[in-house]
Design a protein around this ligand. Structure first.
Ligand code: ZN
Length: 249
């Protein structure tokens, strides 16, 4: 009897150990898949660092410059990048040391999809504004255009969060040259470069225009500007052209 009782116990233990191992494996895989599907940082980044990992960080915090400022993703971690990281950390309740370590990267991983877009925006929303798809047909390469759209979305994500995490709806993003012509867009429209988004949303158009000044949008055109009484246009040009006369801008 004693042998018969003893035998099932190791088997039960083995099953339990196996089950625990499977649980751990699945959790680890899920975490890595989320980060790996897009981009993973492998070192802590602070002022003075440089490289592609810094540039990837700068794209994610491009929506956190000072009022009227701009973050240029150049791969060099300078004072402006440090301040942007601090503002990002403040926005999400993290310690504001301006150093991108595990806490900051974990928040970024939580905020991004596997294609590197922020969770509340998609490439599909930003691509061809005439209902087509893809990133070709503009003055830049498709890859450059798509990269511009990605940064635009990260800046929109920052603004969305600052405005209480309520929806921002993009009605027009990238436009190919024929598309831009067909909608009467300016010949030098930022939409051609993937750098622009026309917004409507759960906020007033003036709230969108006013708030955009804090999130790196160099182009802000809204109510009171010709053709902009039914949306607020934002773009990520790096010199400021702001015009929304009905909003005091
Ligand atoms: Zn526009």
């Amino acid at each position: 009897m004693s042998i018969a009782l003893r035998k099932p116990l190791p088997r039960l233990l083995a099953v339990l150990v196996l089950f625990a191992a499977m649980l751990v494996t699945s959790v680890v895989t899920a975490t890595e898949a989320r980060a790996d599907g897009c981009y993973s940082w492998s070192r802590t980044l602070s002022e003075g660092a440089s490289g592609e990992d810094v540039r990837q960080l700068q794209i994610r915090v491009a929506g956190y410059p000072a009022y009227g400022g701009h973050i240029i993703p150049d791969g060099a971690f300078g004072p402006a990048t440090k301040a942007a990281v601090q503002r990002f950390q403040a926005a999400y309740g993290l310690g504001q040391d301006g150093i991108a370590g595990s806490a900051t990267f974990s928040k970024i991983y939580a905020l991004q999809d596997d294609d590197c877009t922020p969770i509340h925006f998609t490439y599909a929303e930003l691509d061809d504004g005439c209902g087509g798809s893809g990133w070709d047909g503009g003055p830049l390469s498709a890859a450059q255009t798509k990269a511009n759209a990605l940064q635009t979305m990260w800046q929109l994500e920052a603004m969305r969060h600052a405005l209480g995490d309520r929806a921002l709806n993009v009605t027009s993003g990238f436009r190919s040259i024929p598309c831009n012509n067909s909608v009467g867009g300016a010949s030098n429209s930022q939409h051609l470069y993937g750098r622009a988004a026309d917004l409507v949303g759960s906020h007033s158009l003036c709230t969108l225009a006013q708030r955009a000044r804090y999130h790196g949008f160099g182009g802000i055109i809204g109510p009171g500007a010709a053709g902009h009484n039914d949306h607020t246009h934002l773009d990520i040009r790096t010199s400021n052209y702001w015009s929304a006369p009905n909003c005091g801008i």
